[in-house]
Design a binder for this molecule. Structure first.
Ligand code: PLP
Length: 398
């Protein structure tokens, strides 16, 4: 409607959320839908974290919190970054936010002027593009090649930088591809960034713990560009805490202060109880995450075997996160039993929802129109059944 702002009219509804809504509608009609559209662990938040939240409530953690987060939580984040990422920060470099999503939005809004170019590595997480748009920036997407596990190369990056480039954004482990940048690859990217001191990079490391390769490398470890890097992380994925809404960023003082200012006018400090839970999560270390990762790895292997058995689905082996992102373009142009032609990944995703009753998300939402994203954060039997159904549905296509 025209009475709404241009800003909101230009914004797309999150397609992952849209697909989940459609799946719920079918389920409400009594249909047994297997929902693989979610970007959410299927595990409960570990008990020790929930217990800490209950104690926090009774101890009176019920008031406004400091805008950048409780000092002891920020200090625990400083220690985590030191211990696990070999990164040296102080509490003044950390801003705790309402999910990593807000941390990302704060950073983009604090850095981007109208017309600034933001290089977004594709396939990308859905919200990056919309955040850039909101900040009136221009996003320049760089697509990684399937043969390179969808990872953008340093050479691609260097070729895309213009005098207007202000920021680079990527996630590793990547949502939606599951790709993980190696130390060597990030070193090459760091060298390009070092030659362009006007640039900043948002390194979204929210899937850090969900890594089947082993080594997680933080871009900020490359000392010559540390000041240029904004590291984003949070509790949603590694600790199965999506609903608690706690994420954070680590960055040079000026950027942290800017993000704090942004946050002070929009949301203030995030939920008191959730922050106490996040502190307990960090104090508990990685044990609970490691248990969940073992399940994610088993499911990845299970699903890969089935997906590789589906003619026309092409997929690299995900190294982390909990998604599988096959190229399904071999099916474009095929005809459904109802006589509809499948022209796009969205058409195919919709066909799979209606025919196989499996919900997935079209790659168009991630800047990869040849692909579909399936979450592997579901019970083994559900995953097995989903891909049996998908295979059967695809066999019906003319
Ligand atoms: N970054 C990526 C790559 C994600 O996949 C997500 C969640 O789906 C987020 C950030 C946001 O996480 P949070 O729940 O902490 O806001």
């Amino acid at each position: 409607p025209s009475f709404l702002s241009d800003r909101i009219n230009a914004m797309q509804e999150s397609q992952t959320i849209a697909m989940a809504k459609k799946a719920r509608e079918l389920a409400a009609q009594g249909i047994d839908v297997i929902n693989l559209s979610f970007g959410e662990p299927d595990f409960e938040t570990p008990q020790y974290i929930r217990d800490a939240a209950k104690v926090a409530m009774d101890e009176g953690y019920t008031k406004y919190t400091p805008v950048p987060g409780y000092l002891d939580l920020r200090q625990a984040i400083v220690e985590k970054l030191h211990r696990e990422n070999q990164l040296e920060y102080k509490a003044e470099n950390i801003v705790v936010s309402t999910g990593a999503k807000q941390a990302l939005a704060n950073a983009v809004m604090s850095l981007i002027n109208a017309g600034d170019e933001v290089i977004v590595f594709a396939p990308y997480w859905v919200s990056y593009e919309e955040m850039v748009k909101l900040a009136e920036g221009t996003s320049v997407t760089l697509m990684g090649a399937l043969e390179n596990d969808y990872k953008v190369t340093a050479a691609q990056l260097e070729a895309a930088i213009t005098p207007r480039t202000k920021l680079i954004m990527y996630s590793s482990p990547c949502n939606p591809t599951g790709s993980v940048f190696s130390r060597a690859e990030l070193g090459e990217i760091a060298a390009v960034v070092a030659r362009n001191p006007q640039l900043h990079v948002i390194a979204d490391e929210i899937y850090e713990y969900i890594n089947f390769v082993g080594e997680h490398v933080s871009l900020a470890q490359f000392a010559e560009i540390k000041e240029q890097v904004i590291t984003i992380n949070g509790f949603s994925k590694g600790y199965a805490m999506t609903g608690w809404r706690v994420g954070y960023m680590a960055a040079r003082k000026e950027i942290a202060a800017a993000c704090e200012k942004m946050q002070s006018q929009i949301t203030s400090g995030t939920c008191s109880v959730a922050q106490r839970a996040a502190l307990a999560a960090l104090q508990g270390g990685r044990t609970s995450a490691d248990e969940m990762v073992a399940a994610y790895r088993r499911r990845r292997d299970l699903v890969l075997t089935q997906v590789r058995d589906i003619p026309g689905f092409k997929t690299p082996t995900p190294s982390g996160a909990f998604y599988i992102f096959p190229d399904v373009s071999a099916y474009f142009g095929r005809t459904t039993p109802a006589g509809d032609t499948l022209a796009t990944a969205s058409d195919l995703a919709l066909f799979l929802l209606n025919d196989a009753h499996v919900a997935a998300v079209t790659g168009e939402a991630f800047g990869a129109p040849n692909c579909i994203r399936f979450s592997t954060a579901a019970a083994d039997e559900k995953l097995r059944e989903a891909f049996v159904r998908i295979k059967a549905s695809l066999e019906k296509l003319g």
